[in-house]
Design a protein around this ligand. Structure first.
Ligand code: HEC
Ligand code: HEC
Length: 380
């Protein structure tokens, strides 16, 4: 069976794996996390938007990859300086493309109760289904009698299990060609990909947001987890992104910078799945401001970043090289999954749970996203 746990998987993560795959938890039955986060698409959805458990309903965003999602930092303020040298605070991190879940713990509960997703009515509905699940016996033993009986407590255990599951090493293998290249194997990238990497870091300035620097993980996550509006083609209704959460006009239409790891497997692209191929995404970055008719209207033109993209003046060769580079971000363990294999194997050398315990923090205090961003300068 493909859903079976591994010998080295702690019981709580193993429970999380079962919950992740359990299609009996939705209302009506038929949908699980894995229905929209597909293994063959690096746990993203190949459909632009995902249909919900209820026939006829659908969400408004493209389901992102869950590879490396446990490494997205919790929502926090970063201090920075604006064009006039004034100190200001910008938001970074957070889960969902608009950061509305401040951390992983907040995120994993939401799909269950989203009417466009698993559509459960309340705590009692989820707890009732968990008590009738195939893994009920195992879960009861794990959580103990008292928590098993209490709806809210039982659900908390399910969320904890999902969080632990998504933190498992198989979701963060760092075994893409780019990782081999950074480890010193120059041949891991083709000549075109090496040129692409150069464009990525220089004339294309992609690495300004899709960072190639390393912080605490062995290699780069290819995101700074900040928010920006790159001017994605709009959908039928406007999507306010970060601004919808913070209420700030400047942040309307901004979405979190995605990691580009496994991006070659996660078409279609952008927050609404409006662009079908990676070549088109790169053409969009390169010439969007010169070919307005090609891309159609964007939801919030007033906040679009025209400084870093839209007219990059890259040659056709450089565009080809960037497209080629995107394949270098694909993890071998995901790419080589066999048909029917649900989860990638863990390659050698991936930091274990214990090694990274300090990184996976318990929920931090919530950030007040409405706090004034431009405080009076503090006295030195
Ligand atoms: C109906 C499809 C659907 C189902 C079912 C679903 N998701 Fe998602 N998931 C999405 C979409 C769409 C988004 C992006 C939504 C947004 O940003 O507003 C998302 C976002 C996420 C994210 C945030 C990733 C990031 O980069 O911020 C995580 C983590 C996640 N889902 C985990 C889960 C888990 C765990 C479950 C099961 C409890 C689940 N999802 C069920 C569609 C789905
Ligand atoms: C100013 C910051 C910034 C720069 C510079 C930047 N990006 Fe992005 N990138 C983003 C944001 C934000 C998104 C998500 C936008 C959305 O969903 O509406 C994104 C999305 C993408 C996506 C789609 C990913 C997905 O999963 O849908 C690709 C591919 C991509 N960028 C590649 C590049 C390349 C290649 C460059 C350089 C030519 C580049 N980016 C430069 C911020 C940036």
């Amino acid at each position: 069976m493909t859903g079976v746990s591994r010998a080295d998987e702690p019981p709580v993560a193993s429970l999380g794996r079962k919950i992740f795959m359990d299609t009996s938890l939705s209302e009506p039955k038929g949908q699980a996390c894995i229905s929209c986060h597909r293994p063959e698409a690096a746990f993203a959805d190949a459909r632009a938007v995902s249909p919900g458990a209820v026939k006829g309903r659908e969400g408004r965003r493209n389901a992102p990859s869950l590879m490396y999602s446990a490494l997205i930092p919790a929502l926090q303020f970063e201090d920075t300086y604006d064009e006039d040298g004034e100190l200001e605070y910008i938001l970074e991190g957070g889960l969902f493309l608009d950061g509305r879940a401040q951390n992983q713990f907040e995120q994993v509960k939401m799909p269950f109760f989203d009417p466009n997703e698993m559509n459960l009515a309340d705590d009692a509905a989820l707890a009732g289904k968990l008590r009738k699940s195939e893994y009920a016996g195992e879960m009861k033993t794990l959580v103990g009698e008292e928590r098993w009986q209490d709806d809210a407590m039982l659900n908390e255990e399910a969320y904890r299990a999902l969080v632990e599951f998504l933190r498992e090493p198989m979701f963060r293998p760092f075994d893409a060609p780019i990782d081999d290249f950074w480890a010193g194997n120059r041949k891991a990238l083709t000549v075109s990909q090496q040129r692409g990497l150069d464009v990525f870091e220089t004339s294309g300035a992609c690495s300004k947001c899709h960072l190639v620097g390393v912080s605490v993980w062995p290699n780069a996550l290819l995101s700074d987890f900040g928010y920006d509006n790159i001017g994605a083609p709009g959908g039928s209704t406007k999507d306010p992104g970060l601004g919808g959460e913070t209420g700030l006009k400047d942040e309307l239409g901004q979405f979190r910078v995605p990691s580009l790891r496994n991006v070659a497997l996660t078409a279609p692209y952008l927050h609404n799945g409006s662009i079908k191929t990676l070549r088109e995404v790169i053409e969009f970055y390169n010439k969007k401001d010169l070919e307005k008719d090609r891309w159609g209207a964007t939801d919030y033109p007033e906040t679009v970043n025209h400084e870093d993209l839209g007219d990059l003046k890259l040659s056709d060769q450089e565009v080809d090289d960037l497209v080629a580079l995107m394949d270098a971000f694909t993890d071998r363990s995901v790419l080589t999954m066999k048909k029917g294999q649900q989860f990638p194997e863990v390659p050698e050398g991936v930091p274990s749970r214990e090694e990274r315990e300090a990184f996976f923090k318990e929920p931090l205090p919530r950030v007040d996203v409405t706090m004034p961003r431009r405080p009076k300068k503090r006295a030195e």
